[in-house]
Design a protein around this ligand. Sequence first.
Ligand code: GCU
Length: 364
Amino acid sequence: MGAFSYGQNDALQDLKKWKSQGRREVIDFFAREVYGVVPAAKVSAKWKLDRESVLADGAITRREYLLSLADQLEARVLVYLPKSEKSVPAFLGLNFGGNQSLEDDEWITSIKDGKRGSAAERWPVQMIISQGFAVVTVYCGDFDPDHDDQFQNGVHALFGEKRDEESWGTISGWAWGLSRVLDQLSKVPEIDEDRVAVIGHSRLGKTALWAGAFDERFAMVVSNNSGCGGAALSRRRQGETVEKINTRFPHWFSQSYKKFNNKEEDLLFDQDQLVACVAPRPIYVASASEDSWADPVGEFLSLQSAASVYGLFGMKGLADREFPSPGEVLSGDGQWYHLRMGRHDITPWDWERYLKAASLLKKK
Ligand code: GCU
């Protein structure tokens, strides 16, 4: 496996240039040519505590907040807080199946009578809370439904926009939603909004990466099994390719992304540069050994390539590490990677490692 190198962005030689120009060029490219541009207009936001309950003899406070955008769209935000004298860091991530998928408990407002507790393994709330972190989650469909509906609803409908080639797709809509939740976390006194890690699995791992690269207020990024359009390098064309993803999920990205179908070499920047936009903030990329569709090697090489930008900040990242064997964790300065044994998923095993890496948010 050869080292992968940038070569496109000469700002990479110089921290000042990277900060003043290079990073902006990369973000601009990914907005216009990959995920789609968010309209510049601002929408109004209202945040309201809807309900609260106390669990585990007072060790956990659970709440549902309502985030209303432009008085049109309502997202229900489920929050778990550990008992703490001081404000705590948090993990913020979207969920696939509705908030009720986190726990088999009637208390949680259900999305379309969805199955309760079906994603409990993916969200080991007790474990996260016991390590002193809050959990904040929203059903991704509250921001945009995950199907090709010509952007008639969800966040896209809030702007009355005229769409063009570069207009935002669903992943950009989800990422924007995450930022709108972050806007409100200063109103949750138990959470320190400056110490929020954005996390996601698979399509939501692509979303977490785009959200965290774009919005520098996120203190850490965890992108789990994110594959094509996430951490994996597109130019390798391993597993899922740009053409495959654009065909099966035409609504995820901008229309302009389609021109790279089978033409990955024309991409001005590959996904490694997006990962680099997270620097110097900590980033954790993780793969699973049986998840060849997401191209684990491509996910690792992308992270490793981004180490050059961490280097500009005087951080080593995973610059000189070998691709690990299953079960191994690579922890560098600002960068982490692991290859979990098994299939495409996010499991308590992954979370244990994320929590360990995120412990640096507790020291701030
Ligand atoms: C499909 C898709 C992937 C995506 C995954 C998921 O497999 O091809 O790009 O990551 O779904 O979100 O579960």
